[in-house]
Design a protein around this ligand. Structure first.
Ligand code: S3P
Length: 419
């Protein structure tokens, strides 16, 4: 049974977080069109308001006023980051160089995620940062920050962004070197708002300064949300799905390149290039998919799409290998364990060997009595697509987590799935 039709996914979550959180450091005001309405972004918005940010809902978007780094310093002020890793890690970078003391906490899943990787460079710059066994709650006391020439311990855009955002409030320039390229929305927005990022290979350099917001920003749709239905079209016979106005950054659309080389028919139409590349993507079923190998260099460009790509791999002919995907162990859940256990329960041949995820296909999926997403939004959506592919209905435990990134998922599923 096919997936057919056109849909517009919510605004990009990564860009939405940055627009809101970086408004804390920037001057001016901005009308944001297409901001994501997901729960994670709501966590960033709540914190922006707690620190004194003012928002106005207008006919075509949300207006935010920049605080220019000036808000009354908190005294152990509690900031709730909910489920959002991007909120807590970027905020650590923002608060590191501002006066006041803050406690950054989150829900049960966030409390299991590592924060030392961010705390370490911020401490070296001069902030006082405490974690509880490396995890939230994070206590942070901002201070005068010095320069750092930092090499990231992981390919993580959140880590890179935290150091860059701290640099904006520091006493001198800093440099951050990545092991491989990761999403560059922070760098693009810094440049767009008047800062000057420079690149030399994998090294990014930045001088401190106050950013000045542009009058408007049109946030393109989230490719990580669009990925569920676009991928579904690649492995469900007779499908043709178009996502309109999505972010087309090369650093986010690795899943499209992978689906293309697995044999799906992928058509792109770029409609704008600034402030971020955006356009439409159509995927049509074009016969059975073929297995592929996903290298560790490719992983950051598809890190959040591995659950749905793993499902695609169960329908592909041959062995698909995701190389060195250990970062998945520290996402909302241990995604290596949760994807493999739940797809195995559906009859897939999927195993973790060392840090590789290996899928042998094609397999006919079936539905067990129940599935468990462990409250992981991306796993819940993957399982919902898997059940449609299996033409089966089963309760997915923890699917209330879906609005964390994609509140319209169930209505888009009903719209695009043809019985
Ligand atoms: C994000 C970066 C990625 C990604 C997350 C959003 C961002 O995490 O998985 O969903 O907005 O910077 P890491 O930077 O930890 O890889």
């Amino acid at each position: 049974m096919p997936f057919i039709g056109t849909f517009v996914p919510p605004g990009d979550k990564s860009i939405s977080h940055r627009l809101i959180l970086m408004s804390l450091l920037a001057q001016g005001q901005i009308l944001i069109k297409g901001l994501s309405n997901c729960q994670d972004v709501q966590s960033s918005l709540d914190i922006y308001r707690t620190l004194g940010g003012v928002t106005e809902l207008e006919a075509d978007g949300l207006r935010l006023r920049g605080l220019g780094g000036q808000w009354p310093p908190g005294q152990d002020l509690m900031l709730q980051c909910g489920n959002s890793g991007t909120t807590i890690r970027l905020l650590m970078g923002i608060l590191a160089g501002r006066p006041g003391s803050y406690v950054l906490d989150g829900d049960e899943q966030l409390r299991r995620r590592p924060m030392e990787r961010v705390a370490d460079p911020l401490r070296r710059m001069g902030a006082e940062v405490k974690t509880v066994n490396g995890k939230p709650p994070v206590t942070i006391k901002g201070g005068e920050l010095k320069s750092i020439d930092y090499t990231c311990v992981a390919a993580s855009a959140q880590l890179k962004s935290a150091v860059l955002l701290a640099t904006l409030s520091a006493k001198g320039p800093s440099a951050v070197t990545e092991p491989c390229l990761t999403r560059d929305h922070t760098e693009r927005l810094i440049n767009f708002w008047g800062g000057s990022i420079s690149h030399s290979g994998l090294k990014i350099s930045l001088s401190p300064g106050i950013l000045k917001m542009t009058n408007t920003f049109e946030c393109p749709g989230d490719p990580s949300s669009a990925a569920f239905f676009l991928s579904a079209a690649a492995f469900n016979e007779g499908s043709s799905v178009t996502a309109e106005n999505i972010l087309m950054s090369q650093l986010r659309t690795g899943f499209l390149r992978v689906l293309d080389r697995m044999g799906a028919k992928v058509s792109l139409s770029l409609s704008s290039d600034t402030p971020e590349p955006a356009g439409g993507v159509k995927i049509e079923y074009d016969g059975p998919l073929m297995a592929t190998e996903i290298t560790s260099e490719e992983t950051p460009s598809l890190i959040d799409e591995i659950p749905i790509l793993a499902l695609a791999a169960t329908q592909a002919v041959g062995r698909t290998i995701f190389r060195q995907v250990d970062e998945l162990r520290i996402k909302e859940t241990d995604r290596l364990a949760s994807i493999s256990s739940q797809l195995t329960a559906m009859g897939a041949k999927i195993v973790v060997e060392g840090d590789d995820l290996i899928v042998d296909g094609p397999t006919v999926l079936k539905a067990p009595n129940q599935l468990d997403s462990s409250g992981d939004h991306r796993l819940a959506m993957t399982l919902a697509i898997a059940l449609k592919t299996a033409k089966a209905e089963t309760k997915i435990l923890g699917d209330k987590s879906i609005p964390i990134s994609y509140p319209e998922f169930n209505s888009h599923l009903a719209q695009l799935w043809r019985d």
